[in-house]
Design a protein around this ligand. Structure first.
Ligand SMILES: NC(=O)c1ccc[n+]([C@@H]2O[C@H](COP(=O)([O-])OP(=O)(O)OC[C@H]3O[C@@H](n4cnc5c(N)ncnc54)[C@H](O)[C@@H]3O)[C@@H](O)[C@H]2O)c1
Length: 248
């Protein structure tokens, strides 16, 4: 893809399934990548893609500021930011104050902190691309998903407002909205809930026109497209990578 070679890219949630797949694809396209994650990285993961790994809680503003400064000092100013980090709390009307504070502080406020401290680096370089991860859950209601879906709707709102604010600096901002992706999180949640993985996969597959769950690499390819100059006239937009979930 055009325009990615030697660009510095920050990927939040970079140790997660979709974050790491995106970081790997950006590395393969020639980017220098920095992974932000709360989780301790297996040393081999970052090394395999020559990445700068920074353990940081994106809901802590001071820590985010320092992490972004470290990227600029060690790799140079970032021109790509992929916000995938999220916490997953699935509650309906029974959600508590603690639930709301926790999920909002990461999915909305944390995403805003990383963006806040990355944008000045993009301005220095004359432009950039920000990709915010929402979901099909940012478009529709789902039973007992109010907490999660509210944040995924909010991400689409942030994207459109930031696209307004940042266009004059040559910074494009878009939302990437996956359908159900076959990840280790999916497999683990089946195990935790004692559900049959094959049956659950079949149930999830049937929600999509393509009758399967997506693969992390399919999401990563779309993120790389939005990061690249091949999407140079796209901003304030939602890119669905959902196998036809929302077309049903
Ligand atoms: N997997 C799917 O099917 C799917 C579908 C639609 C949308 N999404 C979206 O894609 C994104 C990535 O999902 P995933 O499946 O890769 O999940 P994941 O759990 O594998 O990755 C999320 C990562 O975010 C990190 N994280 C959580 N809180 C953090 C914090 N406070 N600071 C820093 N890092 C933090 C986690 O440690 C984890 O590594 C999310 O925004 C999710 O809403 C996923």
């Amino acid at each position: 893809m055009r325009g990615l070679k030697d660009k510095v890219a920050i990927i939040t949630g970079g140790i997660g399934d979709l974050g790491y797949a995106t970081a790997k694809r950006l590395f393969e396209e020639g980017c220098k990548v920095a992974l932000f994650d709360l989780k301790q990285s297996d040393a081999g993961l970052a090394k395999a893609i020559d990445a700068l790994y920074i353990q940081v809680d994106i809901s802590n503003e001071e820590a985010v500021k320092l992490a972004c400064e470290r990227v600029e000092n060690e790799l140079g100013p970032a021109q790509v930011l992929v916000n995938t980090a999220a916490t997953f709390i699935f509650k309906g009307v029974d959600a508590t104050e603690e639930d709301w504070q926790k999920i909002n502080s990461v999915n909305i406020v944390g995403t805003s902190f990383v963006t806040r401290y990355t944008v000045p680096q993009m301005i220095k370089k004359g432009g950039g691309s920000i990709i915010n991860f929402s979901s099909v859950s940012g478009f529709v209601g789902q039973r007992n998903f109010a907490t999660y879906n509210a944040t995924k709707f909010a991400i689409r709102g942030l994207t459109k407002c930031w696209a307004y604010d940042l266009a004059e600096h040559g910074i494009r901002v878009n939302t990437l909205c996956p359908g159900y992706i076959y990840t280790s999180a999916f497999v683990n949640s089946c195990k935790v809930l004692n559900l049959d993985i094959e049956e659950e996969n079949k149930r999830a597959s049937e929600m999509h026109l393509l009758n399967r769950q997506g693969q992390p690499e399919e999401v990563a390819a779309a993120a790389a497209f939005l990061a690249s100059d091949d999407s140079s006239f796209i901003t304030g937009s939602d890119l669905l990578v959902d196998g036809g979930y929302l077309a049903k």
